[in-house]
Design a binder for this molecule. Structure first.
Ligand code: SF4
Length: 238
């Protein structure tokens, strides 16, 4: 299969069947810690990068031949870049939900939530996991390397707005990189923003796989624990 992979086990989503909706590596960010390496096509253009029918056919085939003992906790849109850049993400979610009763999740960098049409497309998800690595433009540019003109304050407002409407589970992922967004002062600044977003859960992470940039280093376990203390009881280290 080209677009459906797994199921893979992760601490975050347990047994998850992945679906890629864009080719490697189409993304609206070029994060320094990305395990998929450099973004070769940095874009906010939404289009049908991959045929909807081909993706759906693979999902159908997977569930048709799935061994009965293979437990799957989520079907997850993730993969080789930013999944919501696929213009038909809304229809893909609905069609996947009609194929199986497994909850459908989506991992996103949150940048396309600036578009209200995308917000509407994502309302039928069971779980959304947006990431937030910065709350100031300077750190946003340093860690996530957005295209020109993209503002973190607008993305934050769209996360706040979407959260109010979204009825599924909303987990926020925060990736901490040593020397960039890991000081107690910055984490406290992030906490104020996170309190406005009101996620159900906060997943604190640090790069463990080889990153896009060699100089990127994970934070220590002590820093992760400090961050957990700052973000409070709904946070977990993943
Ligand atoms: S948003 Fe995700 S896929 Fe895109 S560069 Fe960042 S980590 Fe990689």
């Amino acid at each position: 299969m080209k677009y459906v992979y797994g199921p893979v086990f992760s601490r975050r989503l347990k047994n998850s069947l992945g679906i890629s909706t864009v080719p490697s590596k189409v993304c609206s960010l070029d994060c320094v810690y990305c395990q998929l390496k450099h973004t070769t096509r940095l874009t906010t253009e939404r289009k049908n990068y991959i045929s909807v029918e081909e993706i759906i056919e693979e999902v159908r085939n997977f569930f048709r031949y799935k061994p009965k003992d293979k437990r799957i906790d989520y079907v997850t849109f993730s993969g080789s870049g930013e999944p919501t850049l696929h213009r038909s993400i809304g229809s893909l979610i609905k069609r996947v939900k009609s194929i199986s009763s497994v909850p459908v999740a989506l991992i996103t960098n949150g940048t396309t939530l600036l578009d209200l049409k995308v917000q509407k497309d994502l309302l039928s998800l069971d779980l959304i996991v947006p990431s937030l690595d910065a709350v100031t433009q300077r750190i946003f540019k340093k860690i996530d390397r957005p295209p020109a003109g993209m503002k973190i304050k607008d993305i934050i407002e769209s996360l706040v707005y979407f959260r109010r409407k979204f009825k599924g589970k909303f987990w926020l992922e925060i990736m901490l990189v040593r020397g960039i967004n890991d000081t107690p002062a910055y984490l406290k600044k992030m906490k104020k923003v996170v309190d406005r977003i009101k996620p159900d859960r906060i997943q604190i992470n640090s790069p463990v796989r080889p990153p896009s940039e060699k100089w990127v280093k994970p934070v220590s376990f002590a820093t992760l624990k400090k961050a957990k203390k700052i973000f409070g009881p709904i946070s977990e280290i993943v």
